[in-house]
Design a protein around this ligand. Structure first.
Ligand SMILES: Nc1nc2c(ncn2[C@@H]2O[C@H](COP(=O)(O)OP(=O)(O)O)[C@@H](O)[C@H]2O)c(=O)[nH]1
Ligand SMILES: [Mg+2]
Length: 273
């Protein structure tokens, strides 16, 4: 999709991700915007396939950098949309959100063409982006605004905050983008790279583990209440798509945590009462 300016023939369009059946009630069209967005989407697809949940019924990766799109593994090639060729000629937006914004504005129609057909089957859209860079930071609010304008379905954002060690420019970009993104979506889910950065490890080395954390949290949020694909049991409290949508509400910011319990060393065995 990324070298051709002509609209694709129908047979090549709307390539849904092949998660056969799937157990999830909630169906999402997920758009990974920029490098982090694409990588998290790639991992989410893998998670969905491994578990047979079928939460992601449509996956689109959008980027102004051709090499980032080429390095994805699970997003089908025909669902990778190169934007802003007239602006940055396939080389990406660096750390300039204004370029990311221009790239998105120039090629909104290409993104929409890639999403066409998915829109009747999905319960919601999810736009995923790292907020500290250029393409995702500047472009994702533009796309979210557009989707909210033309579709009646909720549009959620998943924004990844940069680690403090990434420095001023990333953190400034993220602060500006956060302000715009929260206004463009029905709910903004946030994840902080700092929260899961292992000590002594560079951020880049830690991305694989961090992306697993992201996908486990947000994958299980959107598949809450599904049939357990492996164990054939129904989750204790069954939640359907409309309940997830009601929980997220129609504005604001959400963060997802999973409980951890540190048992005291000399705890009593519960069987002894
Ligand atoms: N969690 C996570 N964050 C990432 C990953 N790749 C890049 N980032 C972060 O995302 C932010 C934006 O970088 P990037 O996605 O490369 O920018 P873009 O391609 O211009 O949108 C930076 O703060 C990066 O540290 C990744 O795979 N996982
Ligand atoms: Mg990058």
């Amino acid at each position: 999709m990324f070298t051709d300016d002509e609209p694709l023939p129908n047979s090549q369009r709307n390539h849904a991700v092949d998660v056969e059946g799937g157990y999830s009630d909630m169906k999402l069209a997920v758009i990974g915007f920029g490098q982090a967005g694409g990588k998290v989407l790639d991992r989410l697809l893998e998670y969905d396939l491994e578990r047979g949940t079928g939460v992601v019924s449509h996956a689109i990766a959008v980027n102004s950098a051709k090499t980032d799109l080429m390095s994805l593994e699970c997003v089908p090639e025909e669902n990778r949309v190169l934007i802003g060729q007239t602006v940055v000629d396939g080389h990406g937006a660096g750390t300039e959100p204004s370029l990311g914004r221009q790239c998105a504005e120039a090629d909104l129609q290409r993104i929409q063409t890639a999403l066409d057909g998915a829109t009747s089957e999905v319960d919601a859209f999810l736009v995923v982006a790292g907020l500290g860079g250029g393409t995702g930071s500047g472009g994702s609010p533009v796309l979210a605004d557009h989707l909210r304008e033309i579709y009646a379905k909720p549009v959620y954002g998943l924004g990844i905050l940069p680690a403090e060690s990434e420095g001023g420019i990333y953190n400034r970009n993220a602060a500006d983008s956060l302000e715009r993104f929260v206004d463009s979506v029905d709910n903004l889910l946030l994840f902080d790279n700092d929260a899961f950065k292992a000590t002594g490890e560079s951020l880049a080395e830690g991305y694989t583990a961090i992306n697993d954390e992201i996908v486990t949290r947000f994958g299980s949020l959107f598949s809450a209440g599904e049939l357990d694909a492996l164990g054939d049991t129904i989750a204790e409290s069954v939640v359907d798509a409309s309940e997830i949508i009601n929980t997220l509400g129609d504005r604001g910011i959400t963060s997802v945590a999973t409980p951890r319990r540190n048992w005291p060393k000399n705890r009593r065995d519960c069987s002894t009462g």
